[in-house]
Structure formats: C-alpha cells, structure tokens
Design a protein around this ligand. Structure first.
Ligand code: 2AM
Ligand code: CA
Ligand code: CA
Ligand code: CA
Length: 267
C-alpha cells in the first residue's frame, strides 16, 4: 500500500506543476463554457488540470479513486479505499475575471479518514498543506494552534447571497451575525477561505452550499490547528452529496449557534 509520505511527495509535486500551468494559461485565450447557469462557468483549464491529476494519479497509484468537480475521475458513491478529492480550480470566476484568488484543492482520504489536505494559492505561490497529525503548514512555515475568538472581535467570511433573498436560508438569521462581527469578507474561493481560517487570517467562514471537492482539503488544515468544523446544523459534513459549512476558531461555533442559528430557528 502507498504510504502517506509517498502520496504527499507526489501531491506536492503535482500541485506545483498544475499551478505553473494555470499561471502560464494567463497568456493564452481561455475557452469558457456555461454549466448550469450564466454564472456557473468552466474553462478548458479546469478540465485540463483535472485530467492532469487523473493521469498522474492513475500512473502512480492505479488502485486509488478520484472524486473531482469536472467528473473525469470515478463515479464516487462512498469513500472506501483511497480517494483523492480534487477541485482543479476553486474560484473559477476569480480565475477568469481577476486572474488571482483561486486555488487548487486536494484531499486524500483513506476509508473516509482525511490523511492529506492541500490548498494551493496559485498566484501567490503559497501552498497550505497538512499530513494529519503532523502539523499544518503554509509552505515551510508551521501554522500555530488557533486562539479562541468571539464574534465581536472576528472577521467572518460570508457571501452576501446568504443575507439576501436565497433558496437556502432565511436572510434574517445571518444578518445579525454580519452586523455584530468586526468585519466581513468574501474571497470567492471556498478552499482559500478555509486555508485563511487555518492560518488565522480570518476567524470564521460560513456558507450554505459546497461540494466535497471544495472542502476536502481545507477542513483538514483547520482541524489540525484546533479549529471547529461542521455543517450549519452542527453535524458532520456529507462527503458525497456536499453540505453547508461553518468553520471557525475555537469558541466561535458555540457563540454563533447559541446566538444566531439555533436561538432564532423559529424564523
Ligand atoms: P468553483 O469556483 O470551483 O465552482 C464561490 O463562492 C465558491 O463556491 C467557490 O469555491 C466555488 O467553486 C463554489 N461554488 C460555486 N458554485 C457552486 C455550487 N453550485 N455549489 C457548490 N459550490 C459552488
Ligand atoms: Ca465550478
Ligand atoms: Ca470549487
Ligand atoms: Ca472548481
């Protein structure tokens, strides 16, 4: 069986090479297609990078399975065996419009247990990585354990969608959290937002809908530094269907659930 160290070494190499390809693509004309709606886009690079990972993993670890956004891996219905969960470009809109603030996200799970998490901020050339139990890092710099936080001193990452009319949550629930927080941010890449929570640059991230490839890498970084991870109901994440997500520094979970989520659940 492949060792975690071996998978980690290859994963880092592939991340860097894929990132270089994405940076090089800025000088080429992108081929952009619409997926489910005019704001849901995919490019030739999303597909090309996913294929790159599928080819590499298939060569070196032929018995491993791949769960990727663009569907070039396996049809995944469970996490048995070793599964590489990959988002080739997280933040495709940023990739297209801004040429920054997008990431490659990768998580390696063995029988459902997270072993390796990586989020590569491609334009900043910063690789956030963790081997479960061995510390989380940004490049060579170890990320310290997260300190407890309170809402009134926190920067909360949240998309404005969730405090305006939407199909997933009553906007009146989270609007008071936006009001009470020290500040809010929205970066447009879930994987980067998770890495920023792990690095202590933001204090919490809350969102109503993500797919497994958005969070599979990033949540392992946060768990490693003592952060809190759950869905919006406080439960475990669904790694097959996707889920809502709430991650934070220690202590914030309880405050947010007590004051904003469960406290107002009658809305
Ligand atoms: P993507 O760029 O890989 O599609 C934007 O707020 C964040 O949400 C990005 O991480 C984006 O990933 C993700 N996202 C966009 N559309 C989504 C959808 N329909 N379901 C889940 N996540 C989505
Ligand atoms: Ca997408
Ligand atoms: Ca994504
Ligand atoms: Ca994507």
């Amino acid at each position: 069986m492949a060792s975690v160290k071996e998978m980690d070494t290859y994963a880092k190499l592939w991340m860097k090479e894929a990132g270089a390809r994405l940076r090089a693509s800025f000088n080429t004309k992108l081929d952009i297609e619409m997926k489910t709606n005019p704001n849901d886009l995919v490019t030739n690079m999303d597909k090309g990078i996913e294929k790159f990972f599928c080819d590499k993993i298939g060569e070196v670890f032929p018995d491993h399975r791949i769960f990727g956004e663009e569907g070039m891996g396996n049809d995944i219905k469970d996490l048995k065996g070793t599964v590489w969960i990959i988002d080739p470009i997280d933040g495709t809109l940023n990739f297209i419009h801004q040429q920054r603030d997008f990431a490659i996200s990768l998580g390696v799970y063995v029988d459902g247990i997270g072993k390796i998490g990586m989020v590569y901020d491609v334009v900043s050339d910063e690789l956030y990585h963790v081997i479960k139990g061995q510390g989380a890092y940004m490049d060579d710099q170890r990320l310290p354990s997260l300190e407890p936080a309170t809402v009134n001193r926190s920067i909360v990452s949240i998309n404005a969608s969730w405090v305006t009319e939407n199909r997933r949550i009553d906007p009146r629930l989270l609007a008071p959290l936006v009001r009470d927080a020290r500040g809010t941010r929205s970066y447009g890449s879930a994987a980067l937002e998770l890495a920023f929570v792990a690095a202590g640059r933001i204090d919490a991230y809350i969102t109503m809908r993500l797919m497994p490839w958005d969070f599979a890498g990033g949540v392992l970084l946060i768990e490693e530094v003592g952060g809190e991870v759950s869905n919006i109901k406080g439960g475990k994440l669904n790694y097959i269907e996707g889920d809502s997500l709430f991650v934070s520094k220690p202590g914030l979970h309880k405050e947010v659930f007590d004051k904003y989520l469960s406290g107002n659940s009658g809305l």
